[in-house]
Design a protein around this ligand. Sequence first.
Ligand SMILES: NC(=O)C1=CN([C@@H]2O[C@H](COP(=O)(O)OP(=O)(O)OC[C@H]3O[C@@H](n4cnc5c(N)ncnc54)[C@H](OP(=O)(O)O)[C@@H]3O)[C@@H](O)[C@H]2O)C=CC1
Ligand SMILES: O=C(O)[C@H](O)COP(=O)(O)O
Length: 475
Amino acid sequence: MQLPYYINGEWRKSSSNETVKIYSPYKDGVVGEVQAITREEVDEAIKLAAEAQKAWAELSIRERATYLYRWIDELLAMKDEIADIMMQEVGKTFADAQKEVERSADLIRYNIEEAIHMYNESMSGENFPGGSKQKIAIVERVPLGVVLAISPFNYPVNLSSAKIAPALMMGNAVIFKPATQGALSGIKMIEALHKAGIPKNVVNVVTGRGSVIGDYLVEHKGINMITFTGGTATGYHIASKAKMVPLVMELGGKDPAIVLPDADLKLATGQIISGAFSYSGQRCTAIKRVLVQDEVADQLTDMLAAEVAKLSIGSPEDKATVVPVIDTKSADYIQGLIDDAIEKGAKVLTGNKREGNLIHPTLLADVTLDMRVAWEEPFGPVLPIIRIKDAEEAIEIANKSEFGLQASVFTNDINKAFHVAKKLETGSVQINGRTERGPDHFPFIGVKGSGVGVQGVPKSLQSMTRDKVTVLNLQ
Ligand SMILES: NC(=O)C1=CN([C@@H]2O[C@H](COP(=O)(O)OP(=O)(O)OC[C@H]3O[C@@H](n4cnc5c(N)ncnc54)[C@H](OP(=O)(O)O)[C@@H]3O)[C@@H](O)[C@H]2O)C=CC1
Ligand SMILES: O=C(O)[C@H](O)COP(=O)(O)O
């Protein structure tokens, strides 16, 4: 399958006559190819988007909504086609890929409805000393212009629609750069928008390696806002290149599950296992380390090991939970973290077995703070267990991380839970639940190396606008 890029309401081959090949993480061979577009084609996509944005912003919000409602219908009509491609391209099970399309439809609908119910404000001058009732400010939220949306491989439809839908509802045009691994699903998602009759150039799709066209896009003077989800290193790089435009960045994480002695260990075990190992841990919000207090450490470790042993391992086509990771580079990196930990004295409770890109779920006990796996994000099925003497030590270790996405605290003492939650330097804290982004209307925030800005439907809508003030000076 060789897919074109999308510009001017048309599907085009690049004049470069070059493509980027996409390899399946779990089966031999190429699953598809996308266009390696040229810089001139990037220029054209941005120029046409800037022109189209003006008319798009002139439509009423309800008129824009009609296109997005149709997008939902078309997306759901293509659900199985997209799910099949997503499975082959990023190695997610067909059922999970279907759920991702459904979740995206819900997310688009929520964006539409939330945007329709956003209102402008007005302010009276009288509230400020010396001010007057005759001076009234009307504060409107206006679009930013052309939004550059860059998404990662792991949720190629959901994390893309989470950027595109709010941008469109608020009257922006979008340049969409899908992750190369994930671009086939991303392009199919835009095919649904095309079928929905979206006016030409309101969304243009640019494809090619991020390392080749990425900097050019990010530095482009026609881009008015960047919304990015991906790795922390890429995020820092983009932030250093971007011009003076608003940035929303959701990056990597090292989310801890802190387990205190009075926790419901059965609940904690279930949440940790699904948090750490679903989709092989390839979620930014996966639980990436366990910080368990000494008193219950042996018991929790045994319970976790027993559950890991039950995980299904293999091909997404066989509905496995632990599937091959996205590519060999990633598998090598994960194995490097495991090897380093073993060398420094960690005990392998399960796993440390590799077949190609398939890393068996690996539970590591006796993990100490000199091991890389205590700090680095594997983005794979590896879970280190670190013992702590009390909640204060857990807070200290959690906060030493370069990341600050989410954390979980398991305890039956709500006061203690709040005490720990308050001190954790993360965007969110989950009490007695696994770390996760959803439901998609909750604010989703990364701090420190995990990002800047806030996603989640209402916040995403706001982030795609700026305030515009018109002051009435009544006589
Ligand atoms: N906090 C969050 O919400 C989430 C964070 N992530 C994080 O993302 C990472 C995994 O995703 P992955 O796709 O591998 O992340 P990458 O950072 O490798 O890539 C993300 C996107 O950035 C593009 N890109 C690469 N280089 C540049 C550049 N110089 N300029 C502009 N764009 C560029 C990529 O394109 P190309 O593919 O063509 O190289 C891709 O579209 C993990 O670290 C994970 O934690 C993932 C999901 C959610
Ligand atoms: O990329 C990710 O990890 C997603 O944002 C995860 O979403 P979820 O936590 O709701 O599964």
